[in-house]
Design a protein around this ligand. Structure first.
Ligand SMILES: [Zn+2]
Length: 294
């Protein structure tokens, strides 16, 4: 098995090639600079591949351990703009993340399947996003053995061009790839890196790049939450309590309070999704979702 360390102008890639036919599998970490679990998970996978703890039996795997190096160094979500809202080819790239997006999309173009590892602010359980409902996407998601799924991202963002120009998975799917984004756990939870590592191993096994990876638990029945709406913070204010991802709320329950007096209430009987207590003005503050049959 060959291992090549590539250096694009801003992004490091590490590639392992089995020398046999098979898919090109891409793993991303650190798309958001304060989300270290993917980088840690990738680091472990690289060391284990190099030391022969496991090996590829077909195809190639390409790792990008840190997709946003400047934000990673500063331990913040992004440097100038949220990378995972500007993933497209920018003809006139000027912002740091636009330049990164041009490189990252070039890397995604060369792969067949992508796994993008993230973490989130407030909550305990890992979850993943499914969007298209194709048999291949659902099989990929099921193979991850993660109970909580979130859907409806594209429907929520497709008319919000001021917030979103593209993300890793949407870009990959638009290019005919198969892709999955996993939120491995809370940013500072060491268990998130373990979820990320396990997801890499389960995915490589699922697509036949390695032998079987023995997971020690039963695959859970998915609990699907469909996104209903997103609230962007428009001024200074506070969440009324330390909401956790997957908390349930009744319609009309106050969830956040602006300093100018306006109260934000839940628009549905549903579920709090990815609340960000310290969101900046102009950023996503809280999402609402509703349970959906799997
Ligand atoms: Zn993220």
């Amino acid at each position: 098995m060959n291992c090549n360390k590539g250096k694009h102008s801003m992004l490091d890639t590490i590639t392992f090639d089995s020398g046999k036919k098979g898919p090109i599998f891409l793993v991303l970490g650190g798309v958001h600079g304060n989300e270290k679990c993917g980088t840690h998970a990738i680091g472990r996978a690289i060391m284990e591949l190099r030391s022969g703890i496991f090996s590829l039996t077909s195809g190639k795997v390409v790792f990008v351990p840190i997709c946003n190096p400047e934000a990673y160094r500063l331990n913040q979500r992004y440097y100038e703009v949220n990378l995972n809202r500007v993933v497209k080819k920018h003809e006139m790239a000027s912002l740091y993340e636009q330049i990164i997006a041009n490189e990252l999309t070039g890397i995604i173009d060369t792969c067949d399947i992508m796994l993008d590892l993230h973490s989130y602010s407030s909550g305990v359980k890992p979850f993943l996003f499914v969007e298209y409902g194709t048999p291949e996407e659902l099989a990929f998601a099921k193979a991850m053995r993660i109970e909580n799924w979130v859907t409806g991202w594209n429907a929520l963002y497709h008319d919000k061009k001021e917030l979103w120009e593209g993300d890793t998975c949407t870009y990959a799917f638009d290019k005919g790839k198969l892709a999955l984004l996993i939120e491995c756990g809370q940013h500072d939870d060491p268990a998130a890196a373990q979820v990320g590592y396990r997801s890499i191993r389960l995915a490589l096994a699922h697509f036949g790049l390695t032998g079987a990876f023995a997971a020690d638990d039963e695959p859970p029945a998915p609990q699907v939450c469909k996104l209903h709406s997103v609230h962007v913070k428009r001024a200074s204010g506070k969440l009324v309590k330390p909401w956790q991802h997957l908390d349930t709320v009744k319609k009309g329950t106050p969830v956040a309070q602006y300093d100018d007096g306006e109260t934000l209430s839940s628009p549905v009987d549903g579920i709090i999704v990815m609340p960000v207590a310290n969101a900046k003005v102009g950023e996503e503050w809280i999402f609402f979702g509703v349970p959906e049959a799997a």
